[in-house]
Structures are given as C-alpha cells and as structure tokens.
Design a protein around this ligand. Structure first.
Ligand code: ZN
Ligand code: ZN
Length: 418
C-alpha cells in the first residue's frame, strides 16, 4: 500500500468557551495522532473553496478532484444502498423530520430528534410504500437513523428544489425553520410535473405518518413524531466522477459507499448497528467502534493488494450538530485509541503515506457546518525530523503545507498519489 486517506467528518470546529476557548481537536488527548503529526507536514484547506459552506458530498467530490455537480447527494446515497436508478429516475436524499403541521409548516426538528429507532423506521417505511399512491412508481428506502432514499421511476427533471429551505445548497445558507414546497427551477413542463409529483408524495406521506400508531406512541413517550419527510439533492443522472483504480474504501454510510462505488474503488462496508433505544450516543459509539475495527481489518487485508485506502469516519460530525463539544472530544480520543494506534503501527515500518483531513468544519456553537478551513496532516511515508505539533485548527495554520484553496488541490499539493 502507498497511502491512506482518512476523513474525519466535521471534526474541525471553532474555539469553544466550554473548552477554555479550545477546539475539540485541541482539547482532546490524542497521543497517537500527535506522534504522527510531529513527523508530518500540516496545512489548512477550504474543502470546496473559501466562503463556501460544504455539505459532505460536495466536500468529498471536491477532495477527489471532481467539479461540483448538483445531483450528487440523492444519486450517490441510493447507489450506496444498492440501487441502480435508470437515467430519468428522480432520486432524492430523504430525512424523517418533525413539523408542527402541514398547514403552518414549522420545522420542530430536522431529524425527528435523532431518536427514531431502526424498527420504527422500518414500520414507517412500509406504511409509506404501501399507502401512498402516486401516478408513478416510487421506492422509499430507509438507511441509517433518520436517513432514507427516495426514488421516483420514470422520465423526470431534476431541476427542482428540495423542501427544506434552510439546507445550505451550493455553499449558501438560507435560514428558515419552515418547510417549503418543491419548486421547478426552470420553465420546462417536466420540471413543473416533477415538482408536483414530489409534493404530492410529501403530502400523502405526511397524512400516513401524522397519525401512525408509531408516532402516537412516540408522542405519548415524550418523543418527537417522525411525521414529515424532508428531501434534497435531486438527481436524474448517474454522477460522473473521476475513477480511482487500486483504491479500496472502508465506508459505511450510504453517501460514502455510493461515492466510493461510483469512483471505481473496491468498496467494503458493514451494516451500521441498529438504534434500539433512544440513547443515540451509545449507538454512535457502537458504530464508531465497529468502524475503527473494520477500517483496521481492511487495512490489514489490503496491505499488499491495494495502493490506496480511503477511510471516512462519520460520527465526529454529529456532536457538532448537537452542540456537544465534550462528546466530540470523546469521539476524537476514541478514534485516536482505536484507529490511529493501529495506523501508526502499520505505516511507519511500511513507509505508507497518510493524509488526514475533515470534509468541513461543524462548529458546536453553530450546530451546523461552516465555511471555516479544515486542518490537513500529511505524512510522506518517511521523516527526517520530529517537531512538536498537533493535528488541529491552530497548528495547521502554521504548517509547512500552508493554505490549500480548494479540495481539488489537496492530492497535488501533497504529492499523495505519487
Ligand atoms: Zn460531512
Ligand atoms: Zn453534518
């Protein structure tokens, strides 16, 4: 193996008062990552471009040297779930969410409190597929947690908006806590028709969900009902991405699995642990443990077989959205112990390059992604000097690699692929 790329989703942050004005990466104790950092070059990167607030898909598409395309999210996630949509099928990323009512359209929670168990989601999925009747065929498929994929079969237009106006699209944040209707973004009849079909689905799904026994039970328990579907990332064409041969990918979320497959990597994945009760963080640590072990296993298995390994750790993004800086620290420390200890054991004797970064910053205090740059660590497979420095926002600004204007420059700037 020549190199390992590790993306810690949303691990970058901003100085936090609750951490004595440190960031979680600064506050975390990471002896293994520090060992690697002190033998590496550091830099900082705008994963898409300065001023742009990236979604995960936009960041990874860019880091792997591709131009941004509007239709990635839905298409990649559906492919990650094993679907092979036909050209013209309209594919969207979907989320269970909570609204007060369809009439007033106030969003109470974009992820139904993140507490929707796998078995609840399965029952709601079945109810939607069975009871919603449309003029076309469709598939609504749940993935992990509140996430799902939505596919409308036929010849559609994807030049339509999603229904969550606050989701930043193409790097802009439009904040609103109200749902909107999907709208055509051009004058084509098919775009109007496509938006109408999606809106019809959303309204009918709401009617199935709002009084569903699962949701009545959730309300009785004091939990948020999963009574609405938010959609984004519409796409009708398979995304065209650069091909990465001799790469293996340890991905376990639908987006990263789909991205790796479409990019031509040999993709390993595992089934994410089911959320069995409302302890979301217990489930995340279970997932993280599995992800680290799984990544180590793939590294070992492919050490002599593959040239490059892509590891994407998703969990670190979530405490940022939830404003939980201490959970973020704990996750970073956990990854240090479970993943980086093993990475160090392998890369030094085998002279393997290591590139570590984040897809975007998810500052706890913003509870959302931000346009701030992310730290980059590059170990070139060898070292001549040891200098005390750490993989964090502050040290990265003083690093030898300097400022990287866009994710598209990351591989060239570091000579990672050479
Ligand atoms: Zn992300
Ligand atoms: Zn996020």
């Amino acid at each position: 193996m020549k190199g390992i790329l590790i993306i810690l989703d949303g691990a970058a942050d901003l100085a936090n008062e609750r951490l004595d004005n440190k960031t979680p990466l600064e506050a975390a104790k990471t002896p293994n990552l520090d060992f690697l950092a002190s033998r590496s070059e550091l830099g900082y990167m705008y994963s898409v471009r300065p001023g742009f607030i990236p979604e995960s898909d936009e960041a990874i598409v860019s880091i792997f040297g591709n131009d941004l395309i509007s239709s990635t999210r839905g298409q990649l996630e559906a492919r990650g779930l094993g679907f092979k949509p036909m050209r013209g099928d309209l594919v969207l990323r979907a989320n269970f969410a909570t609204i007060d009512s369809l009439e007033s359209g106030n969003i109470m929670d974009r992820r139904a409190g993140r507490t929707l168990s796998t078995s609840e989601a399965e029952i709601l999925e079945k109810a939607i597929n069975k009871q919603v009747k449309l003029p076309c065929n469709f598939i609504f498929k749940i993935s992990v947690g509140h996430r799902a994929s939505l596919i409308f079969k036929g010849g559609f237009s994807d030049n339509i908006s999603g229904n969550d106006t606050s989701i930043y699209s193409q790097g802009r944040t439009v904040s609103s806590d109200k749902i909107s209707r999907c709208k055509p973004l051009d004058d084509e009849e098919n775009s109007q028709y496509s938006a109408n079909v999606v809106n019809e689905f959303l309204e009918k799904a709401y009617n199935v969900l709002k009084n569903h026994p699962i949701n009545l039970e959730r309300i009785r328990k004091g939990l948020l009902p999963a009574n609405f579907i938010l959609v984004r990332g519409p796409g009708i064409e398979p995304p065209k991405l650069k091909f990465y041969r001799k790469w293996v990918s340890a991905a376990y979320m639908p987006l990263e699995i789909g991205f790796s497959k479409v990019s031509g990597m040999k993709t390993y994945n595992f089934n994410y642990p089911e959320l069995k009760n409302i302890d979301v963080y217990a489930n995340l640590y279970e997932g993280l443990r599995k992800a680290c072990k799984f990544s180590n296993w793939i590294l070992k298995k492919n050490l002599k077989k593959a040239d490059f390994l892509y590891i994407h750790i998703k969990e670190t993004d979530i405490p940022g959205h939830d404003n939980k800086p201490f959970e973020k620290i704990q996750m970073i420390e956990f990854i240090d112990k479970m993943l980086f200890s093993y990475i160090n054991k392998i890369v030094f004797p085998n002279h393997i390059k290591v590139l570590i970064t984040c897809d975007h910053s998810t500052p706890c205090k913003n509870k959302a992604h931000s346009a701030d740059p992310v730290p980059v660590l590059f170990y070139k497979g060898d070292y001549s000097e040891i200098k005390e420095k750490r993989f964090n926002e502050k040290d990265s600004k003083k690093g030898e690699l300097g400022r990287i204007e866009t994710g598209k420059e990351l591989f060239q700037k570091t000579n990672f692929l050479k």
